[in-house]
Every structure is written in C-alpha cells, then in structure tokens.
Design a protein around this ligand. Structure first.
Ligand code: ADP
Ligand code: MG
Ligand code: ZN
Length: 468
C-alpha cells in the first residue's frame, strides 16, 4: 500500500496593512476589533483596493518556487456563512490564480511539484467562552494570505514535514512570512490517501495542525487508520478531519455529504490583476540567494560538513552573519564551531534579545584567540559580553583587564609561587607521578586569574619541574 500526501499551506504575508484596506495587519496583541474599517468589516458599499506589496510578496514566493506566472489572474468570491466572515464570502483566487506549475526540491533531492499559489484574505477570529457564548474579533479579517498547494507528490509523513520545513525556510529567506506556526502565521492542511493499486485512493483532509510535529504525527495516525480500514476490506470515506493535540487522534469535522459548495464566482469589485514582464523581472532580480543555493555554494567554497551547513543556513540572518565573519576570519570550520557553540547558544538562552555583537567583532575575537592575545575561555567571555552590549572586543578586554599573559617574567614568578605553595605535589612529581602536572598547571592559571597563556605556562612549568 502506497501513501500519497498533498499539502495546502497558508502563509500570512508580512505586509504592514491588510490585503484590501489600509488597516494595520498586525492583529497580534491589538485590542479586539481596533484594527478594522468598513472594508474589512464587510459594510455594504465598501470597496476593496488591492495591496501592491502583498502581490509583490506573493510574486517573490512564486518565483522562488519556480512557478509560471500567467500575465493575468483574477480574484473570486468564495461564499459561505460563518460569524468570523462578515461579508459572507472570502475574496480568494480560484480559476486563474496568480501562479501555477512550480516545484520545491527537498533537502533529500526529491522534487515536489507545486500546483498553484494564490492570494486570499484571512478571516476573523472567534473566541468561544465557557459561559456558552462566543466573541468575534475581526482584527485578522482581511490580513493577506498566500495559499500554496502542492501536487500529491509526498509519500510519507516525514517527507511532508520536510516539505513544510523547506517551504518555511524559503519564505523566511524571502522575508515574506514570519513562519511562526504557533502564532498561526503558517498553517497547513494535509490531504492524505492510501492507494492499493496505481490509482489514487480516496483522500481525507486534516486541518488544525500548528507545528511540524503535529503535521507528522497527525499524518502518521491517519495513514495507519486508513490502512487498517482498507485491510478490513472496507472503504475510506472522503472527509475533513481535525487533529486533536491532546488525544493525538484525528476526528471527523465534516463528511462528504456535509462538504460545502462555495459557489465561486469572479469578484466584480476588483479588476483582473495583470503582471507585466517588467514587474516580474524586477521581482526576480530582488530575490536573495535561497537556502539550497547557499548550501551548495558553502559546500564548495567553505568545505564545511553538511551538518554545519544545515545549522548555519537555516536562518538567513545567521547565514549572512557567518559569511561576514569568514570574510575577516578566513577559517570556516573554526568560525563555524565558534558560531554554533557560542553565538547560537547565547541566542537560544535569550531568544528575544537582539544579537548586538557585530560580525566583524566576532571575527576579531577569533583572531585574538588565535594570536594568543586572549585564551579560549576569555574569548567566550568576551563574546558573551559583546553579545549583550555590542561593545568592541578591544574595549571589553581593556575594561576587564582580560589580556592574556604571555610575558615570561610574570609567568615565571607565578609558577615559582605555585611551586612553593604546593611542595607535596612537587614531591609527588619527583617520585614519578606525572599526573600532578595538570593540577599544577591549574594552580598557575588560578594564580593568574585565568589569563596565563596556557601553552606558554605549561612550557615554563615543565622547564621548572624538570630542572628541580
Ligand atoms: P479539493 O478539491 O478537495 O481541495 P484538490 O484536488 O484541489 O482537492 O487537492 C487539494 C490538495 O489535495 C492538493 O494538495 C492535492 O495535491 C491533494 N490531493 C489530491 N488528491 C489527493 C489524493 N488522492 N491523495 C492525497 N492528496 C491528494
Ligand atoms: Mg482543499
Ligand atoms: Zn480595514
């Protein structure tokens, strides 16, 4: 039995204003219904005006996904009644969408075909109260969404997850969608069927998955359920399901009989959208280097291991940071280790704070460690301080007196003191216990406040000990 999956992803576009009016699209945290106007409240007679930036963002995504962009597309009304949809219809695209026939290559190399990409408006939100009534907040009504529909080319829940991860990475590189699944900025509906022959089986559609894990788990559950039904010789009922996070089961939302008939028809209040060649070319030129291209180039230019590349190119800002660092500190593997172990760790500990350390300062710290001006631990300390304050490494080293001590005279006097204070260890060494060298070295580091150049200190310590 073969698993077949096709995904419909809704991505909220990062425009300042809504798709058809000038209300702020930042509905998160705003007081209910504060970001509304006659257009997005669906008042009779109010007319939509298309947001040009939303079209540009959708075009960028379409081009990044190698779609064909027909010279003309049209908007359509998708009719249904629901309290979060004040007009009684959603403005979407149905026939003649913005873009068609694209593809996305998974990191595994497999190519997934994209059927279509279109623009539509979001609905409002309902807040169901335990007292038995519901509240309506229309701040989200009219926020621009882009829907990206794949062909049924995915053949496992793991692959579906990879697809959404890669799609999200691309949209974030483009800066057109935040990709925050928990906040609902990226939402995914999964269509899944199991086929027993070379025909496509009957599919079910799963809604309401708001994390990568949920997508994978919901699909695993649903595939197993469908296989069990088919194995009993029964048939799959076409249906819309919802994923219950708590029970970790899919539940019936509506069956085929209850499926809605949206009576799509062309939106009479908006003229057809024409995408001229010049506009498309301008958008093509504005595309940044995308993750897959960057990864291939890094493998060639930097010779980094695949793991390092995948970690450091996950986010465009981090990837570009790395590129800046190695322009100055031209040891990619070293720079990669430092970035993964220090910069990314610090950011993980304080995810909301800005990275204040400039790439050139980060590179400079690595140079200071390499030249022995400061030791590795001091390097980490300076990175942490610069991360928070944005001060230059020179300023931090000077302020805190962190320069490494490589001066022989200073080191020798510290070593003499340590040897005098640890006569037992010295005696142990003379009787052949070489392990005490490590202990004595530690004492020298302590005596210098951790600033001794470790290599130099060890060399001098050994010279002293063997001369005893
Ligand atoms: P609907 O009309 O129910 O929305 P579509 O044919 O428009 O269905 O397809 C919606 C999504 O479902 C697409 O992503 C498509 O790839 C996927 N899909 C279509 N048929 C199947 C199938 N038999 N099994 C799995 N996915 C499918
Ligand atoms: Mg559908
Ligand atoms: Zn409005």
């Amino acid at each position: 039995m073969r698993t077949v999956i096709g995904l419909e992803v809704h991505a909220q576009l990062l425009t300042k204003t809504k798709l058809f009016c000038s209300c702020s699209a930042e509905y998160f945290g705003a007081s209910p219904n504060a970001r509304t106007c006659p257009v997005c409240l669906g008042m009779p007679g109010a007319l939509p005006v298309l947001n040009e930036l939303a079209v540009e963002y959708a075009l960028k995504a379409a081009l990044a996904l190698h779609c064909e962009i027909p010279p003309r597309s049209i908007f359509a009304r998708k009719n249904y009644f629901y309290p979060d949809l004040p007009k009684g219809y959603q403005i979407s695209q149905y026939e003649e969408p913005l873009a068609v026939k694209g593809h996305l290559d998974l990191p595994t190399g497999k190519r997934i075909r994209i059927r279509r990409l279109h623009l539509e408006e979001d609905t409002g939100k309902l807040l169901h109260r335990p007292e038995g009534y519901s509240l309506v907040d229309l701040n989200r009504a009219g926020v621009p969404l882009m829907e990206i529909v794949s062909e049924p080319d995915l053949d496992s829940p793991e692959e579906a997850r990879l697809y959404v991860e890669e799609l999200r990475r691309i949209l974030r590189y483009l800066g057109v969608c935040s990709g925050d699944m928990e906040e609902g900025s990226l939402r995914c509906d999964a269509n899944v069927s199991v086929s027993v022959d070379d025909q496509l089986g009957t599919k079910t559609e799963i809604k309401n998955m708001n994390s990568f894990r949920a997508i994978e788990e919901a699909l695993k559950f649903e595939v197993a359920r469908q296989k069990a039904v088919l194995q009993k010789g029964e048939q799959i009922e076409q249906a819309t399901l919802t994923w219950n996070e708590i029970t970790e089961k899919t539940e019936l939302m509506r069956s085929k009989e209850e499926a809605e008939d949206y009576r799509y028809f062309p939106e009479p209040d908006l003229v057809p959208l024409q995408i001229e060649d010049a506009w498309r070319e301008k958008m093509t030129e504005s595309l940044p280097e995308l993750p897959a291209a960057k990864q291939a180039r890094w493998a060639h230019d930097y010779g980094l291991p695949a793991y390092d590349i995948s970690v450091l190119t996950d986010e465009r800002r981090i990837a570009e940071y790395f590129e800046e660092v190695v322009k100055i500190y031209n040891k990619p593997k070293d720079a990669s280790n430092w970035m993964m172990s220090e910069l990314l760790r610090l950011r993980k500990e304080a995810p909301t704070s800005a990275i204040k350390i400039a790439p050139k300062d980060f590179a400079h710290i690595l140079q200071m460690v390499e030249s022995g001006q400061i030791n590795r631990n001091t390097g980490k300390e300076v990175i942490a301080e610069a991360f928070q304050t944005g001060k230059t490494p020179e300023a931090i080293v000077q302020e805190k007196g962190l320069s490494q001590i490589a001066d022989e005279e200073t080191l020798l006097s510290a070593i003499d003191r340590v040897l005098a204070e640890n006569s037992k260890a010295v005696a142990d060494y003379k009787s052949g216990k070489e392990a005490v060298v490590g202990f004595l070295q530690g004492q020298v580091m302590r005596a210098t406040g951790g600033k001794a150049d470790p290599k130099k200190a060890r060399e001098l310590l050994m010279r002293k000990l063997t001369a005893l």
